[in-house]
Write a protein that binds this ligand. Structure first.
Ligand code: PA5
Length: 490
């Protein structure tokens, strides 16, 4: 029996969402002048109560779309409907671990940020530097940019004949990923012969649409499907994230069990006790009060790249010009990534004393996977020796609490999400929680959280600049714009 099959263990791994420090009466402002209170924008119990009918309406609307590919809500089913896929992934992962020393993932946005965040969270923090026998799989490189220097550096550190490439693109046509694909195919053909492609490349893409699906069929590549109705940034719990994770020894079944548990928690009918719904509502209410920035500050290096993954989810889902009803609304909240305690020495000054335009989200951990005691020494220096005998665990947690208190005292809205520990189960919970929160917030804002029309123009301009057939007029318009006036270029 797996540990996640035990009810008690699951409950002991439940993540907590604490929004005390977003509330009037908790944030230290009551005795202050009304103009200061207004700036702080703490939420009142009445405001929350008044918003509950809208939240209930959002719940009903979301329930109607739940699981529907046509509404891009098929991600909600991923914890349950992948038994066969998971078996196939585990078998492919076993093959990768047996046959390869390097695993290169090509992908971008939703096809890369999840794999990066999960690898950082669940594997050794210096995974690639460990000797092979101490690693759970091949060295992993997720290449999510088209910087020529990075591509060249990749080929300096891998040995082509020992490398498996996983190409991930839902659309199968993203220029960045497809240019990387051309490079890998060319290198493999050139060095190892055309047949090596079939043995060393795996595709993760749409079942039929797009160039990668065609290439996979032509070359007979092993292929995993991104299910219909699962958008890029909601795709971590399908083969997009599960395959690279499993190849590096991560327990993907436990991740899915964690997501299923969070799904259960987010079905709580009393919405005041529903984590995902309350987090979505609180975010929505703070946006209404002009909090345009959302800072995420994990107090754990393992969760560092969760902020990157979340930044895409939050920015691309909620940053919208039009409402469902086609009204111009310009919604969104700018995500900012920080790391505790590192950024206490960099950004926290701004958060404490700068403008009241932010919400700070702390990501904390109850129990770190290791304990490190600070040794004794320098007994003659009390201002240093007070640290001795404490653990680094106590130090990082005290610094988190101290910063929460300082920000609260300064009237800066903050909230805390706590993981009992970082493991595959809690990570599945966390990701599913954020996906629900984003969906709920989008619903309350009255926008489509699942499209991204704002990135289209840039893509089209790139096609035109690189001469893709059909984009000649765009190219002409861009060429005309490029003739800038010299006096404005210094
Ligand atoms: O969330 C999204 O849909 C996007 O960020 C995509 O993940 C990103 O553009 C990459 O797309 P694709 O997987 O089609 O290459």
């Amino acid at each position: 029996m797996s540990r996640y099959e035990s009810k008690d263990w699951k409950q002991s791994m439940k993540l907590r969402y604490d929004y005390n420090n977003m509330l009037l009466g908790k944030v230290d402002v009551e005795s202050q002048h009304p103009s200061f209170q207004k700036k702080v924008g703490a939420l009142t119990a009445q405001e929350i109560d008044a918003a509950m009918p809208a939240l209930e309406k959002a719940r009903l609307s979301i329930a109607r779309k739940w699981g529907k590919p046509s509404r891009m809500m098929a991600w909600t089913k991923l914890p349950y409907n992948q038994k066969t896929v998971v078996r196939d992934i585990l078998s492919a992962a076993k093959g990768i671990r047996k046959n390869f020393e390097y695993l290169v993932v090509f992908g971008i946005g939703g096809s890369a940020l999840g794999p990066i965040a999960v690898q950082q969270a669940l594997n050794h923090l210096h995974y690639n530097d460990l000797p092979a026998e101490k690693r759970n799989g091949p060295k992993l490189y997720v290449v999510d940019n088209v910087d020529p220097e990075r591509m060249s550096a990749l080929f300096d550190v891998i040995e082509l004949e020992k490398t498996c490439f996983i190409i991930i693109t839902k659309s199968g046509s993203t220029s960045e990923t497809m240019s990387q694909t051309l490079i890998a195919f060319d290198a493999l053909k050139d060095k190892l012969g055309e047949d090596s492609i079939r043995h060393q490349v795996i595709a993760v893409t749409d079942k039929a649409k797009g160039n990668l699906a065609r290439i996979a069929a032509d070359y007979g590549l092993k292929k995993f499907v991104v299910p219909d109705g699962v958008g890029g940034r909601f795709s971590e719990l399908c083969p997009v994230g599960l395959l690279p994770a499993a190849a590096c020894g991560i327990d993907i079944e436990e991740m899915l069990a964690g997501a299923a548990y969070m799904d259960e928690l987010c079905r709580e009918a009393d919405l005041t006790k529903n984590l995902g719904y309350m987090a979505g509502l609180i975010a929505y209410l703070t946006m209404k009060k002009g909090k345009n920035i959302q800072v995420m500050i994990p107090y754990s290096d393992s969760l560092k790249y969760m902020s990157d993954w979340y930044a895409q989810l939050w920015a691309e889902s909620l940053g919208k010009k039009y409402s469902f009803r086609k009204k111009v609304v310009h919604t969104g909240q700018t995500p900012v990534k920080a790391l505790g305690v590192t950024d206490q020495h960099s950004q926290v000054q701004l958060y404490a004393e700068g403008p009241f335009d932010k919400v700070i989200t702390f990501l904390g951990v109850d129990s770190y996977r290791t304990t490190y005691t600070i040794p004794t020494g320098f007994e003659g220096m009390p201002s240093l020796s007070f640290l001795s005998g404490h653990t680094m665990n106590e130090l990082i947690q005290s610094e988190q609490f101290a910063t929460e208190m300082a920000l609260t005292h300064a009237g800066k809205l903050n909230q805390t999400i706590t993981l009992p520990e970082v493991n595959a189960f809690t990570l599945g919970e966390l990701m599913f929680f954020f996906e629900v929160q984003t969906t709920v917030c989008g619903e309350l804002l009255g926008i489509d959280a699942f499209d991204q029309p704002g990135v289209e123009e840039g893509k089209i301009n790139t096609y035109a600049l690189l001469g893709r057939p059909g984009y000649e007029d765009v190219k002409k318009a861009l060429d005309a714009q490029e003739k800038k006036e010299d006096k404005f270029v210094i």
